[in-house]
Design a binder for this molecule. Structure first.
Ligand code: SAH
Length: 461
């Protein structure tokens, strides 16, 4: 280790920043976010830095740097991008025993500024020891995506209870065990779900009981997106990696499922086309039973749970049984398929509205409000419509839609095996039969479909 990472308390301490441009502005922001008092010396200032100094009651000296500016400061940053001045600042500061950083010049610096992940009071710093700041920033990006923004609030909650926990548990070991389970259990989960009050109650309760705050089970209703695992949300991924049991549908792609915790139990409740493997009531009952056994249950669905996903019914049942749950939206297949097919669902010239409908048949009939669907400047997205494709096209034409209206079928959208078929209302059903399109497939109808000829970026990439 070439540098010792330390966290330096700069609250109300005067820090000298030499330079008034964009680079200086970035360092100034960092300094004020750590509570430092800004002293800026530079012949000129960019407007944003000027505003920042004023907003934080800083000092500004509109002159060239001289050693006199080091008077009464505790730390120095040179961001002037002038070799001679940088060298002078570095030499003067070192002579006075002050910590000095010259931006992008480790040889002139005796401290370096890391890439920071700020979840105050939790702060993480990544450094490459000045060897590769870009690599440090890339790593920061990875950490940013892995650590929920709400960790800061969790840290604050822990801080508020620190003394009470100390008073409650005598030994260091007891306190460590308590905190470890609290910070990984339902208290933390409540904070991540934005329920801070409930988290505090659970923590108080755990403290009173001297237990670890483990309550009954919980259900995470999570949208797994249309298939490409890169389209998962951070929150989805986090819950997938902590659930004890995964209850999933047929639409959840293998690659998404692979990201669930390895040792979690997996329960398949998929529905193959028309034959129901397990009924909705049975799924609801299963979720309730597993949660009551104290498990963290991941209810993983394709796309978004609230779009043709029966998510509402499932959480209704959980509410009735007083079981805690969270809902995490996913990218619905309409968004995913349209994006990967190069078909914008709305467009300034061709469609000002978009309508999602289900083409699911009841008793062999696809019963939709056809006149409402035949509207100018409207895109139709039909879920579960492959089996009723012929009927859908016939009905739309019968209700006045042009037989030449462009239509696209997207099979396995967003996955490597994605297939797309385009045609018109008049000919698509025959084409689909010939090419043997299979579910899951989404139907997109409207003038926007024609844009694909120009905007298809995915299959060309
Ligand atoms: N909740 C899901 C939809 C469930 S209904 C969502 O928000 O996407 C099931 C239908 O979704 C399928 O019949 C098909 O029309 C569509 N679908 C889901 N994933 C798909 C995919 N990867 N490609 C094409 N269509 C898909």
């Amino acid at each position: 280790m070439d540098f010792l990472p330390i966290f330096y308390n700069l609250q109300q301490q005067r820090c000298l920043l030499v330079g008034g441009g964009d680079v200086a502005l970035r360092k100034a922001s960092l300094l004020v976010s750590a509570g430092a008092k800004l002293c800026v010396v530079a012949p000129q200032l960019c407007p944003d830095l000027d505003a920042l100094i004023q907003e934080h009651d800083g000092e500004y000296y509109p002159t060239d740097y001289t050693a006199a500016h080091l008077e009464g400061v505790v730390l120095v940053i040179s961001a002037i991008e002038d070799q001679a001045v940088d060298e002078q600042v570095s030499a003067d500061a070192k002579q006075q025993g002050l910590p000095v950083n010259v931006v992008d010049k480790p040889s002139l610096s005796n401290f370096i500024i890391p890439a920071v992940i700020d979840r105050s009071p939790i702060v993480m710093a990544v450094s490459s020891g000045g060897q590769s700041p870009v690599l440090a920033r890339l790593l920061r990006g990875k950490l940013e995506s892995m650590i929920p923004a709400s960790y800061g609030r969790l840290g604050q909650l822990a801080g508020r209870f620190r003394e009470q926990v100390k008073a409650r548990f005598e030994t260091l070991n007891q306190r460590r065990v308590f905190w470890e389970s609290v910070l990984q259990g339902p208290v933390a989960e409540m904070i991540f779900a934005g329920k801070d009050r409930k988290a505090e109650q659970l923590l108080e309760q755990a403290l009173e009981e001297g237990s670890t705050g483990h309550s009954d089970g919980e259900v995470y209703l999570v949208g797994g997106g249309p298939g490409d695992p890169d389209l998962l949300t951070f929150k989805a991924l986090r819950l997938m990696q902590q659930a004890d049991v995964v209850v999933y549908d047929r639409l959840v792609s293998r690659r998404v499922l692979d990201l669930c915790r390895r040792d979690a139990d997996r329960v398949f409740v998929g529905k193959a086309c028309n034959q129901h493997v397990i009924s909705q009531e049975e799924i609801n009952a299963l979720l309730v039973r597993l949660a009551k056994e104290g498990k963290r249950v991941l209810r993983l669905k394709g796309g978004d749970p609230f779009i043709f996903g029966r998510g509402g019914e499932e959480i209704g049942e959980l509410m009735a049984e007083d079981i805690p749950f969270q809902v995490v939206p996913g990218i619905t297949s309409a968004s995913g398929c349209a994006a990967y097919a190069g078909i914008p669902l709305t467009h300034q010239n061709y469609a000002q509205s978009v309508r999602f409908v289900t083409g699911h048949m009841k008793d062999g009939q696809c019963d939709l409000p056809w006149p409402e669907l035949v509207q100018e400047h409207q895109t139709l997205v039909i879920y579960m419509g492959l089996l009723s494709l012929t009927q859908i096209c016939e009905q739309l034409m019968r209700h006045g839609m042009s037989p030449r209206m462009p239509i696209a079928l997207v099979e396995n959208g967003t996955l490597p095996e994605q297939r797309i078929l385009t045609g018109t209302l008049a000919d698509i059903a025959d084409q689909a039969a010939v090419t043997d399109f299979q579910p899951p497939a989404l139907i997109i109808i409207g003038k926007v479909v024609a844009l694909r000829d120009r905007l298809d970026w995915y299959s060309q990439s």
